[in-house]
Design a protein around this ligand. Structure first.
Ligand code: GDP
Ligand code: MN
Length: 343
C-alpha cells in the first residue's frame, strides 16, 4: 500500500524529521487563515503530481480558494483526491533526492541518492547513486548530497527507524529541499508499506480493495484463480443460470477471508445459493473447510452452499465438513445443478 503524502509526512514527523507544518483540507471545508505564500498539493497515491498540475503555489486567500477547488476536481492518473495538503511554501535553494528501498535481488536495503532531485529526477538517471544501507552509509550519502555529515547521520538513522518499524518497501523524499536559509525539509514523501505486514500495521489506515464484482444474478460464486472463477461462471451461464458475482479469492484461506467474502455475497440482492469451487494447490482443503464452517456458524442468513473442493488434503476437508453437516460434491456440474434448484 502506498501512503498519501500527508500520511507519510505524519510518520516522518513522529521521528522528528523536518517536515513543513501543513494542514489537510477536504471538499466543503472552509479556507483557513494561513500565512502566504502556500503550496497546495493534491493527495493522490501516485507520483508526477507537479507535472500534472496537482502542485500549485497560492499568494493570497482568493488564489488559495480557487486553486483548492481546481485541484480537488483534478483527476491525476485515474485518481481524484479526497483532500489537499496546504503547506507554507519553501524558499528553495536546491532540490535533492534521497530514498531507501528494499532491493530483493540483492537482498538488502539501500539508499538511492542524487543531488539533482525534483520533478525531472528520471532524466538525470545517470547521476543516481546506490549506497547499501549500513551504519556508515551516511558518510557517502552526505558526500553525494554535499550536506554536513552530522546532519545526514541523524536523518539516516530516523529514516531507518521508520523503514524498519513501519515495514516499508520504499521511503522516498523527492525533493529533499535545502532552503535559501540553509534549512533542510522533506518537501515530499512517498512511503510504500509491505502489504504482508498489514497484521502489525493496522493503525496505518488501509484502504479496502475488493475483488468482488457484482453481476446481478442469483448464484453467488467463490473460486480461486481468475481462470477458475471464469470457468465457473461459464458453466453456470451454459446451464441457464446467472452468477451474482465474480470473485477470485486468490490464495487466501484464513477463516476471515471466507467469512468476509461470503458475507459480502450474502448481502448482494437476490442471492439464493453460493457455489464454492476451489482447487487447493499451495492452499489446503482442510483450511478452506474451516473457513466455510466458520462462515456457516457466523453468517445468520447464509444461503445454501454447493461446494467442490479438489487438491491438497481433500479427504480431511470432506471429513471436517461432514462433521459440520456440510457436503462436498463430486463435480462443478453437480454444484450448478444444485444451485439451479433455488432459482
Ligand atoms: P510530485 O510531482 O508528485 O513528486 O510532487 P512534489 O511534492 O515533489 O512537488 C513537485 C514540485 O513542486 C517540487 O519538485 C518543487 O519544485 C515544487 N514544490 C513542492 N513544494 C514546494 C514548496 O513548498 N515551494 C516551492 N516553491 N515549490 C515547491
Ligand atoms: Mn515529489
Amino acid at each position: 500500500m502506498q501512503l498519501l503524502e500527508y500520511q507519510a509526512k505524519n510518520l516522518l514527523r513522529e521521528v522528528e524529521l523536518p517536515v513543513p507544518e501543513g494542514l489537510v483540507l477536504r471538499a466543503g471545508e472552509p479556507i483557513p487563515e494561513v500565512t502566504f505564500p502556500v503550496v497546495v498539493k493534491s493527495q493522490v497515491p501516485v507520483g508526477g503530481r507537479g507535472k500534472a498540475g496537482g502542485v500549485k503555489l497560492a499568494q493570497n486567500k482568493k488564489e488559495l480558494s480557487s486553486i483548492v477547488a481546481t485541484i480537488l476536481q483534478l483527476e491525476i492518473k485515474g485518481h481524484k483526491p479526497e483532500c489537499v495538503l496546504v503547506e507554507p511554501a519553501l524558499n528553495i535553494e536546491s532540490e535533492l533526492y534521497l530514498a531507501l528501498r528494499v532491493n530483493r535481488d540483492k537482498r538488502r536495503v539501500e539508499y538511492i541518492v542524487t543531488r539533482n532531485g525534483g520533478v525531472s529526477v528520471e532524466s538525470h538517471a545517470e547521476e543516481v547513486r546506490v549506497v547499501p544501507a549500513d551504519e556508515e552509509s551516511y558518510l557517502q550519502v552526505a558526500e553525494i548530497l554535499q550536506l554536513e555529515a552530522v546532519a545526514v547521520k541523524k536523518m539516516c538513522q530516523k529514516f531507518m527507524t521508520i523503514f524498519h518499524d513501519d515495514d516499508c518497501l520504499l521511503l522516498e523524499i523527492n525533493p529533499l529541499i535545502v532552503t535559501k536559509d540553509g534549512d533542510i525539509f522533506c518537501a515530499d514523501a512517498k512511503i510504500e508499506i509491505d502489504d504482508n505486514a498489514r497484521f502489525r500495521q493496522e493503525n496505518l489506515g488501509w484502504t479496502e480493495t475488493s475483488n468482488l464484482k457484482p453481476l446481478g444474478g442469483n448464484i453467488g460464486v467463490v473460486a480461486n484463480g481468475a481462470g477458475m472463477a471464469m470457468s465457473t461462471m461459464d458453466t453456470i451461464y451454459a446451464a441457464g443460470g446467472k452468477p451474482a458475482n465474480f470473485l477470485d479469492i486468490g490464495g487466501g484461506t484464513g477463516e476471515d477471508v471466507f467469512v468476509k467474502n461470503l458475507h459480502k455475497i450474502t448481502d448482494l440482492p437476490n442471492v439464493q445459493s453460493i457455489i464454492v469451487n476451489i482447487f487447493a494447490g499451495i492452499t489446503r482443503c482442510d483450511e478452506i473447510a474451516k473457513g466455510l464452517i466458520a462462515a456457516r456458524e457466523r453468517i445468520v442468513d447464509l444461503p445454501p452452499l454447493y461446494i467442490r473442493l479438489e487438491g491438497t488434503n481433500r479427504d480431511k476437508a470432506v471429513e471436517l465438513l461432514a462433521e459440520a453437516g456440510m457436503e462436498v460434491l463430486p463435480s462443478l456440474q453437480a454444484c450448478v445443478e444444485g444451485a439451479l434448484k433455488h432459482v
